[in-house]
Structures are given as structure tokens and as C-alpha cells.
Design a protein around this ligand. Sequence first.
Ligand code: HSE
Length: 306
Amino acid sequence: MEQRIGLLGCGTVGGGVIELMRRRKQRLQSLTGWEPVIARVLVRDVLKERTVSFAEDVLTDDPDTVLGDESIRIIIETIGGIEPARTFILAAIARGKHVITANKDLIALCGEEILAAADAAGVTVLYEAAVGGAIPLIRPLQESLTANAISDLKGIVNGTTNYILSQMTETGADFSDVLQEAQDLGYAESDPSSDVDGLDAARKLTILASIAFYTRVSLSDVEVTGIRKITARDIAYAHELGAVIKLLAVGTERDGALTLHVRPTLIPKSHPLAHVSGSYNALFVRGDAAGDLMFFGRGAGALPRP
Ligand code: HSE
């Protein structure tokens, strides 16, 4: 039996989803008993050249063709940003469709509304890739670690700033030179503010903290400082102290009080987070039953490239 899926967006993440579904089709079929079929793909421009090919009539620029198709029971959203992704997801939920999204901004800002709508409609919204890309973080926090009272989250959850700080540490260069180089190489956005000012990490922290601490955290609960003011001299002083500087997203629970911040932080070189370099992400978790755990891996993009 077919399981027909609608994909919203076909950029880096959407293209990766299609490649994976094709590569793992047999395995998915034997695990679930149904054949996954990407039945419709919503794009802005159906005529644009793409690296993945589609059968005729799969690509569409009309959202209703995807969201209004009764045979589609699962929507995968890879558009990113708040609108129109929010409207599309709420419309899909209202029509009884399950949703999978990698949209960190949307889950951080409108997660409560979306999850409440999903509860009311009796459908599931999954968002594992919204934080830490390929690293399993959401499900371990939601399910595997439920026996734990979690007291600490410490994460390197923004690859762009980790790349910049790692390059500054390795080369001794200043922030603006490394940022320029990262933009030239396509690692940093042409408008890098949400990364370098810490907002992207703060949004990811609100998602992780809401799950880990069983509460609803909003962006205004997080004190945020970015990395624009970090100089080559700061990096050199850190080195003299036996430390490195990382942009850390931190959530701490002590006696029922939660503190949340994102800020550049000195980390002793002996700490496992000090060795998370380049665009890699990591999350350090402390639970009363499990003790210290660390999750590490690629936090962005589609598939790993050689
Ligand atoms: N801009 C983000 C980062 C992309 O640099 O980590 C992945 O969320």
C-alpha cells in the first residue's frame, strides 16, 4: 500500500529529504509496511532547474494542490521561516494530516499553537531536525531520558558561529575577516545577524529547554549575547588561560528556578565541548539518573558531503 506524502519546499533540506526517501525506500517499506511516495512537492518556481528529478505533475506552485489532496496523509515542511510555513502547517493539521518539520524558528515562536492544534486534531507533529540537524536530540529528551530530572543543558547549537570562533582560534584572525571568508565560502548567510547575534541559538534553546525542563519557555526568557564583539585578543587571552571561547546556549534548573542564556563563554580545553569545532554542533546534558551525556554531530545542511 502507498503512503502518499506532500513536501513543502525543495531547497537544501527538501532535496536531502527526497534523496534519503529514495535511498531508504525499501527499508522504510519493510519497517512500516507501506511504500512511501512523494506525491506532491510545493515549490515557488516549477520551471527552475533542480538536482533531483520528478515525475510529471509532482511539482506544483499551488499550495491547495498539496494541502487539499485527501490522499496525502503526511506533510513534510522544509520551507523555513514563519509565514507561509505556519499557515500551511495549520491548514494541514486542520485537514487531519501529520506534519514533519525542520523549522526551528516556527517551533520556537509558534510551537505552542501548532502542538495544541495537532492535539485537538489528533495528529502528530514531529520536529527532530529543528535543532542540531541530524543529531538525535528531541526524541532522547522527550522519551529516552524521561526517568531523569534534567538540571543542565549546554549546547553549541549554531554552526555558523562555531565555525567563525573555531577559525579565529586556529588562525588568530579577527571576527570581521573570518565572517567575510565564511560568507564568501557560503558557510554564513549574506545577512548573518540571526546567527552572529545569538538569536538562532536562543530559538533552539527555547525548544530544547521547553522539552527538557517540562515547561513552556519563550524567547524573551533567554538572555542573549552574540559574538560580534569577540576579538582576536580575547581568543589569545582564552588560550593563555587554557580555554577556548564558544557560543554556548545554556539552560540551568536549580530548586525549581530556570535560567537561560546564550553568550560567548570560556570553556576549559579539557571539557568535551571545547573539542567541538567548525560547523559541528553538540549538546551536553546532565540528568540525575544518567549523569553527563553529550550528543555530537552535524547541525545543518542536507547529507554529509566528502
Ligand atoms: N544557521 C544555522 C546554523 C543553520 O548556522 O547553525 C542550522 O540551523
